[in-house]
Design a protein around this ligand. Sequence first.
Ligand SMILES: C[S@@+](CC[C@H](N)C(=O)[O-])C[C@H]1O[C@@H](n2cnc3c(N)ncnc32)[C@H](O)[C@@H]1O
Length: 341
Amino acid sequence: MSASRAGRSALKAAKGPTAAPSRTAKKPNPGAASSRHTSPPLPKRANPHLLNLNAAPGTQATHRVPPRAMTILGVSVLAMSTYCGYLYTSYRREVAQAQSMAVPEDVSDRYNHTAGTFDADVEMSEKLMRLGAKRRELVQRARGDVLEVSCGTGRNLEYYELGEKRMVDEKGRAGVRGCRSVTFVDLSPEMVAMTRTKFEKLHPGFAGTGRVEFRAQDARDVPPPPRPHAQGQGGQGGYYDTIVQTMGLCSMPDPAGALKHLGTITEPQQGRILLIEHGRSHYDWLNRVLDNLAPAHADRHGCWWNRDIGQIVQASGLEVVEEQRWHFGTTWRYVLRPRRQ
Ligand SMILES: C[S@@+](CC[C@H](N)C(=O)[O-])C[C@H]1O[C@@H](n2cnc3c(N)ncnc32)[C@H](O)[C@@H]1O
């Protein structure tokens, strides 16, 4: 044996039994194998580096989705696609019907018929959109002599702070908060009657003070309050310190004209017009849906839900103090004031 062969043999012997099997190992000797191998025999062509060493002998680490889960998934997908198909077909039918309708621009008379069911109709969607919190935040800012136009069924009543109170603001300045008087106006006598009933129940103390009024009237015809109530200037009556309107511009035939008029009866320095309105969205796809269904919605509910509230505010000539939008841009909140001359 040469020196190099002797060296290779010594190396093989040193590697021991895990080294590559010798040619003679092709015919296994059962007795010898059981004593030398402790791990399970590898399947043909298995890569020993991928073998799960922790797996119990004889088990295979495969992840199969159980047939029951596959069935549930399949049925769910089928049900969803059927439902979406049904929605799409109904939507197409509604659009075709809406587009064939001739609906007048002025649909404000619809509220005389829907006053009784109005609250129930809007309750769920307002809850889902958390509109109560938005109403509260806005209406709590009303102070002094207050006018609410398009008051509807009085959905803002619980948020008013009635009666004036001295306060110190966050900058340490002394001031007065709360409402000295409130006037509720709506075009629909049925709606105003509901506001009155609710108000008398909610605020029995204030109802008897003579500092609350309810009128069935067009917002464009509301006169300034009598001077004793307000810090009026000139001889033409007083001004309202705060005018509130929520979801009213959608129902008026001349929304910009109505806002312009409200600006003339708002106190010019500190007076504010507070609005929450709904209308067009930030998104074209949603505006297309609103446009497509608008005639049917207006005819049924007395409201044009596809109006561009920003454009209406701009056309009114009022100054924007604050502006905010939610719900894909369809809910608009404004604080406005008469434009400084
Ligand atoms: C969608 S409802 C909103 C009611 C309420 N402000 C609210 O937030 O639930 C619109 C209301 O505007 C009133 N309205 C429509 N046109 C009006 C007008 N020109 N002047 C005053 N109120 C009007 C309707 O009678 C109706 O009560």
